[in-house]
Write a protein that binds this ligand. Structure first.
Ligand code: COA
Length: 368
C-alpha cells in the first residue's frame, strides 16, 4: 500500500510591492479601511514580462530541490490556477517544458482559490492508487492582470505569487490523510471573470464594459467563506479519524483576516493555530496556501509528524479541506542538482523547436 507524502515545497513572489498607501492614490480608499476590513497591508504585483509560468517554475524548482528529486522523475504536473497564461495550452505544460519534466503528463486545474487543495488531492489519489510515484502540484497566479484597478471593492484584495509541493509515494504511513472537496454552482455569479471564455468571447464591447475583470459580491462571498471553513475542516478531520485537538497547524486560504478569525471561532481554536500571512501578500488565490506552508516551514512551525489541515474556498463556488501528516524529504542516497536539469531542459526544448522548424522546411510546411 502506498501513501502520498509531501516531500518538497517552494514559493516565488514578484519583487514589486503595492502598499495600501499606493492604493489610496488610485481609488477612494484608506489604509485604515483596508487593514480593518481585510487585514491586508501590502501585496506583490508581477512586473511587465513576468507571468504565471515564470513564478511557477521558480517555486517548482525550489520544491524539487527540497525533495531532492530530479524533474525527469516526475510523472505528473498539475497547475492549479485562476489566471492561466492562456485558455490553452495549459500553464502546466509551459512549466513542464522549462523544468525538463520530460516523462510527466501536465494539465491545469480550475477550481479558483480552492484549486491547490483539489490538485493536491488529485495527485495524492494517483499516488495512493499505485498509478504513479512522483507528482508536482503548483498554484500560480497573476491575478493583478484581471483586477479592475478602478474598482475599490476588488483591487485592494488580490496579489500575485506561486507555491508548489512535490508529492511522493512511500510505503511508510503518513502524508495526505483525507480530503473533502465541495462545490455549489448556484453561487457561480458571486465571483467571476465573465468574459474571455466561449460564452462571452473577447470583443470590443466586452472590453469596454470591463467584463474581463474580476466581478465579486464581497458580502455574499464573505458569508459563504465563514460558513464553509470550519465546517469542511471538521469533515476532513472526521474522515481522517482525527480530532480538532490533534491538529498542530491549520493553513487556511489567505483571503481576509476576518474570515480566518471566524474559522478559528467556529473551531474553538486560538488564532495562533492558524498560519496567517495575508497582511503581506493579499489573496494570491491558488498560491496562498503553499506560500503560507513555505513560510511556516521557514519559521520552524512545522516538524515531521505534525498533523496539519489545509482549508480554502473560492469561485465556483468551491471549497475544500485536506488533512496531512507532515513528512519532509524522503531519505536519499545522492544529492540531485536540480538547476543542472534546467539547462538540459532548455537545450532539449530548443532542440525540439529546431527539429520542428527544419522538418517544416524539408516537408514543405514552412516557407523559407
Ligand atoms: N475602501 C473604502 N470603502 C470601501 C472599499 C474600500 N476599498 N470597498 C468597499 N467600501 C465601502 C462600500 O462601498 C460600503 O459602503 P456603503 O456602506 O456606503 O455601501 C462599505 O465600504 C462597506 O462595504 P461592505 O462590502 O459591507 O464591506 P465588508 O466589510 O463586507 O468588506 C470585503 C468588503 C470585500 C473586504 C469583504 O466583504 C470580503 O472580504 N469579502 C470576501 C471577498 C473574498 O474573499 N473574495 C475572494 C474569495 S477567494
Amino acid at each position: 500500500m502506498f501513501y502520498a507524502h509531501i516531500t518538497g515545497w517552494g514559493m516565488a513572489v514578484p519583487a514589486t510591492t503595492l502598499t495600501n498607501a499606493d492604493l489610496e492614490k488610485m481609488v477612494e480608499t484608506s489604509d485604515e479601511w483596508i487593514r480593518e476590513r481585510t487585514g491586508i497591508l501590502e501585496r506583490r504585483i508581477a512586473r511587465e514580462g513576468e507571468y504565471p509560468a515564470d513564478l511557477a517554475t521558480r517555486a517548482a524548482l525550489q520544491a524539487l530541490q527540497v525533495a531532492n528529486l530530479s524533474p525527469a522523475d516526475l510523472e505528473l504536473v498539475i497547475c492549479a490556477t485562476s489566471s492561466p497564461e492562456h485558455l490553452f495550452p495549459a500553464t502546466a505544460c509551459l512549466v513542464q517544458d522549462r523544468i525538463g519534466a520530460n516523462k510527466a503528463g501536465a494539465f491545469d486545474l480550475s477550481a479558483a482559490c480552492s484549486g491547490f487543495i483539489y490538485a493536491v488531492q488529485m495527485a495524492a489519489q494517483s499516488i495512493r492508487s499505485g498509478a504513479l510515484r512522483n507528482a508536482l502540484v503548483i498554484g500560480t497566479e497573476n491575478l493583478s492582470r484581471f483586477v479592475d484597478w478602478n474598482d475599490r471593492n476588488t483591487c485592494i484584495l488580490f496579489g500575485d505569487g506561486a507555491g508548489a509541493f512535490v508529492l511522493q509515494a512511500s510505503e511508510r504511513p503518513g502524508g495526505v490523510l483525507s480530503a473533502v472537496l465541495r462545490s455549489d454552482g448556484s453561487g457561480a455569479d458571486l465571483l467571476s471573470v465573465p468574459a474571455g471564455g466561449s460564452r462571452f468571447p473577447a470583443s470590443a464591447e466586452s472590453v469596454r464594459s470591463g467584463q474581463h475583470f474580476i466581478h465579486m459580491d464581497g458580502r455574499e462571498v464573505f458569508r459563504f467563506a465563514t460558513r464553509v471553513m470550519a465546517q469542511s475542516t471538521r469533515e476532513a478531520l472526521q474522515a481522517a479519524g482525527l480530532r480538532v485537538e490533534d491538529v498542530h497547524l491549520i493553513i487556511p486560504h489567505q483571503a481576509n483576516y476576518r474570515i480566518i478569525e471566524a474559522a478559528a471561532r467556529g473551531l474553538k481554536l486560538p488564532i495562533e493555530k492558524f498560519v496567517v500571512n495575508v497582511q503581506r501578500y493579499g489573496n494570491t488565490s491558488t498560491a496562498s496556501i503553499p506560500i503560507a506552508v513555505c513560510e511556516a516551514v521557514q519559521q520552524g512551525q512545522l516538524q515531521a509528524g505534525d498533523k496539519i489541515v489545509l482549508v480554502g474556498f473560492g469561485a465556483g463556488l468551491t471549497w475544500g479541506a485536506l488533512t496531512a501528516e507532515w513528512t519532509g524529504p524522503l531519505p536519499a542516497e545522492r544529492r540531485v542538482n536540480v538547476r543542472g536539469f534546467v539547462w538540459l531542459a532548455r537545450l532539449r526544448s530548443l532542440y525540439r523547436r529546431l527539429v520542428r522548424f527544419i522538418e517544416g522546411i524539408l516537408w514543405g510546411r514552412r516557407e523559407v
